[in-house]
Write a new protein. Structure first.
Length: 97
């Protein structure tokens, strides 16, 4: 967020979601499988993320991306998996889930 700005991050998030939903790769996959892809599993690798990076700007941007997903792509992701999460995030998640 600091380097590129929130607007750029949101545009990138939209581009990724459009590639997932409508990209050539998914059309080719559907043709090979002979059926439509209804949902996907999203894997987020959080390796290298530190608490120093978790400032208010990043959390605000992440919240906007989650709202974007809920409003525009509500049925695309069946699961979101976070791997290699730092201990502090695992602890926070265990408290809020």
């Amino acid at each position: 967020v600091r380097r590129y700005g929130e607007e750029h991050l949101l545009k990138h998030a939209i581009w990724i979601r459009e590639q997932v939903a409508n990209g050539d790769w998914i059309k080719e996959y559907e043709t090979r499988q002979g059926r439509k892809v209804r949902q996907i599993v999203i894997v987020q690798d959080l390796k290298g993320l530190s608490t120093a990076q978790l400032d208010r700007h990043l959390l605000d941007a992440y919240q906007k991306i989650m709202r974007l997903d809920q409003d525009n792509y509500p049925e695309v992701a069946s699961k979101i998996l976070a791997i290699n999460a730092p201990f502090i995030l695992r602890l926070a998640w265990s408290l809020v889930k």
